[in-house]
Write a protein that binds this ligand. Structure first.
Ligand SMILES: Nc1nc2c(ncn2[C@@H]2O[C@H](COP(=O)(O)OP(=O)(O)OP(=O)(O)O)[C@@H](O)[C@H]2O)c(=O)[nH]1
Ligand SMILES: [Mg+2]
Length: 719
């Protein structure tokens, strides 16, 4: 038997099925980290800003012979939250089956967190409250009277720290116990006097009629009716009791309206909850001293959020990151390059068949090796992004850039998906769900591809390394990323003015506390990204390289071979022979399948300075951006007679020039993201037509910008 939903094998001695638990809580309270702590792994992504989890994720594991099935939900301030990812949480909590809700609460911010807790209690299902971040609460001198809180809420409360592991076992045991118990506790919240009066009136009426609904008490039904719970009304719609209940509830609501001075029941409910949360916090929280972490956070913020220094400091960090990416990344790169070269020579010298040697050396090692080379650069970039995500700095930069972003019709909050896009565009598209307005979200989706993803980094490092001195390469790299981002902003403005017209929303974003990221957290993020890069190199890139090798070697053209073998025989000097051999290979390559394909699009790319090889490399990059480098690796190593001596970088430096290189970089920076990202885009934007728009939008922009770059730099650098 296996866990129904996530297929973890369930041993027989476990007896009944897995306990299904939905984790609900406000953003950034540590739900995901708690799941990792409970399951003893790093299964879900953790970060120090609101909106890390944007889709539900399921994790199964066993503990003391019980199977737990945890659902990580996106953070939500209220069940009625209206961003796309908050709706995911609402949808799940209201409509799916589960055994209990684990409400994760930030102990250092109890009052605000209780606003959601009160809503969850009104769902009348089993709830356990985890007071997370208890380590921080202690450090801040906050004590919480847990027993009192249990009494008031009527549910089990456990103090935990997902960071230190404190209380995790107790939490698991408690959840198991609560899930197993046949009874659930009932909503014990006490509302304002006028509200209570009406609740009692309705409850009494229901009691008199001998009414019962599910396992709800009549008090709970009364609360649900007065707060106009949609699902409850739907289910009771055809019940005869409603004929008498409707007018009664209308009366009661009128009373409540006059007291609250509004007729909006959602607002009234929120006011009631706010009052309850305030009351509970007063009752159970004892704060001895001013919170330490807050003052530290304030101190750091006074520098990093400084009106004048804030943005320059951020730009400095980014500049430093790209310097490091280039400088540090290039040290191991030389060794990896040398190792691949030696390996390639070694393997080549042991294969006697020309065709197989070419397949292994030019195709496989040439393609995969070209991609592997950039692993160190990728790792450094990912360390940078992980630091940004986990320290709490990301939300600050979003805040700093908000004013600047508004000028371009965007939102500070868009910064988060945009930065995620520097790593990989796929999660970035999903991260855009945190934007409330649909137009903001669509604009962000359209410009996200302009943030160069990690897979484009190798292309940039390769070309900058080939055409610029080491001293300036880091700066050029920084410039590439910044100009991509700026272009994205300009495009956002154009889209805002001409396509997605409307006002951009004001900025509301929570500033998390600064947290020193644990080594484990960073290590995990970087490791998993590096591992997936390597895996891709060993599978997808390998296959793509073999394919490219094949289509660039076949069909064999006997006429060319004969023509040149005669010429080579007649040649007098070694130099002449080598030149002829190179010409022969170039001719053969041109007559191959790939050469023919390349010729088809040559006229489209020619004005940008690209020969058919570069064109084909760009086209193959539509599958995945790493393939651009591996394709270049294969194509240029086939064309190279003197194979052992030159790296791809050196060959490119010899065959191309600066204007072509810059034009190529610009095209790569702008054109359509990889296949995986494009399909996620289509899904997130909401239809294939958007993909068609994106295709034309990016291709046209890429072509025009590359053309301008090529022409302008030709004037400076000449051909
Ligand atoms: N000190 C401390 N930090 C914690 C604890 N739990 C989580 N954190 C930190 O809080 C931040 C948020 O953690 P996440 O697990 O991503 O929060 P989340 O609730 O899943 O957030 P969303 O997915 O955005 O809703 C991270 O920086 C964690 O390292 C804890 O018990 N103690
Ligand atoms: Mg999360």
């Amino acid at each position: 038997m296996s866990c129904e939903s996530c297929k973890v094998e369930q041993k027989e001695e476990y007896g009944v099925g897995a306990i299904k638990i939905a984790l609900a809580g406000q953003p950034n309270v540590g739900k995901s980290m708690l799941i990792n702590a409970m399951s003893g792994g790093n299964r879900v992504k953790v970060g120090n800003f609101s909106g890390v989890t944007v889709d539900k994720m399921e994790v199964c594991f066993e503990h003391h012979c019980h199977l737990f099935d945890l659902i990580d939900l996106p953070g939500t301030y209220s069940i009625d939250g209206f961003t796309k990812e908050e709706k995911v949480a609402k949808e799940f909590l209201l409509n799916e089956e589960y055994d209990l809700i684990l409400n994760v609460v930030d102990s250092t911010n109890l009052q605000r967190n209780l606003l959601l807790t009160t809503e969850l209690l009104e769902l009348n299902t089993k709830v356990v409250v985890a007071l997370n971040m208890i380590d921080e609460a202690k450090a801040d001198g906050i004590t919480i009277d847990r027993e009192q809180l249990e009494k008031i809420l009527g549910v089990k409360v456990v103090m935990v720290s997902a960071k230190t592991g404190e209380g995790i076992d107790e939490l698991l045991d408690t959840m198991h116990e609560v899930a197993d118990s046949p009874e659930r506790s009932h909503n014990r919240l006490i509302y304002s006097d006028p509200m209570e009066e009406e609740i009692i009136k309705v409850r009494k009426f229901l009691d008199e009629k001998g009414f019962s609904y599910r396992d709800w008490s009549n008090r709970e039904v009364a609360i649900g009716l007065l707060f106009e719970q949609e699902k409850l009304y739907k289910e009771l719609h055809d019940n005869p009791i409603m004929i008498e209940l409707y007018p009664m509830i209308r009366d009661s609501l009128e009373h409540i309206y006059t007291h609250h001075e509004t007729k909006n029941i959602k607002e009234i409910r929120a006011n009631e909850h706010a009052a309850i949360a305030r009351g509970i916090a007063l009752e159970v929280v004892d704060q001895k001293s001013a919170p330490k972490s807050l003052t530290l956070t304030q101190k750091i913020d006074s520098i990093l959020l400084n009106k004048y220094l804030g943005i320059p400091i951020f730009l400095f960090f980014m500049w430093a990151l790209f310097q490091l990416t280039f400088e540090f990344g290039n040290i191991p790169m030389e060794y990896i390059d040398a190792a691949i070269g030696t390996f390639s020579d070694f393997v080549g010298s042991h294969i006697s068949s020309d065709d197989i040697r070419s397949l292994v050396v030019d195709g496989i090692i040439g393609g995969v090796g070209a991609v592997l080379l950039f692993l160190p650069n990728i790792i450094i970039l990912y360390i940078g992004i992980a630091l940004l995500e986990t320290t709490g700095y990301m939300s600050r930069v979003a805040f700093l850039l908000d004013g600047f972003f508004h000028k371009f019709g965007l939102h500070g909050k868009s910064f988060i998906p945009l930065v995620t896009g520097f790593g990989c565009t796929v999660p970035a598209y999903m991260a855009a769900r945190t934007l409330k307005s649909e137009k903001d979200r669509l604009i962000t989706l359209f410009i996200l591809g302009f943030m160069s993803c990690g897979a484009r980094l190798p292309i940039y490092v390769l070309f900058t390394g080939a055409f610029f001195s080491e001293a300036v390469s880091g700066n050029i790299l920084f410039l590439i990323y910044i100009s991509g981002a700026l272009l994205g902003l300009v495009m956002a403005k154009i889209l805002r003015v001409f396509v997605f017209k409307g006002e951009d929303e004001p900025f509301v974003m929570e500033m998390p506390k600064y947290r020193l990221p644990s080594f484990k957290l960073i290590w995990h993020t970087v490791y998993s990204n590096a591992a997936s890069y390597l895996k891709k190199a060993g599978t997808f890139i390998l296959l793509a390289s073999v394919l490219i090798w094949f289509v660039s070697n076949y069909p064999k053209n006997e006429a060319i071979a004969q023509e040149y073998s005669k010429k080579i025989e007649l040649a007098k000097t070694k130099e002449e022979r080598e030149k002829l051999a190179a010409m022969q290979q170039a001719k053969e390559l041109e007559s191959s399948y790939l050469g023919q394909i390349g010729k088809l699009s040559e006229s489209f790319f020619k004005p940008l300075g690209f020969d058919w090889r570069l064109s084909v490399a760009l086209e193959s990059g539509l599958a995945a951006k790493e393939v651009v480098v591996s394709t270049l690796g294969v194509l240029y190593s086939i064309g190279e007679v003197d194979e052992t001596s030159k790296s791809l970088k050196e060959i490119l430096a010899k065959k191309l020039n600066i204007p072509i290189a810059l034009s190529f970089i610009v095209f790569v920076m702008i054109y359509l993201p990889c296949f995986a990202a494009s399909s996620v885009f289509t899904k997130e934007a909401g239809g294939f037509k958007y993909f068609v728009y994106l295709f034309f939008f990016t291709t046209m922009t890429a072509w025009v910008m590359s053309f301008l770059t090529y022409r302008a730099t030709l004037i400076f650098f000449g051909s």
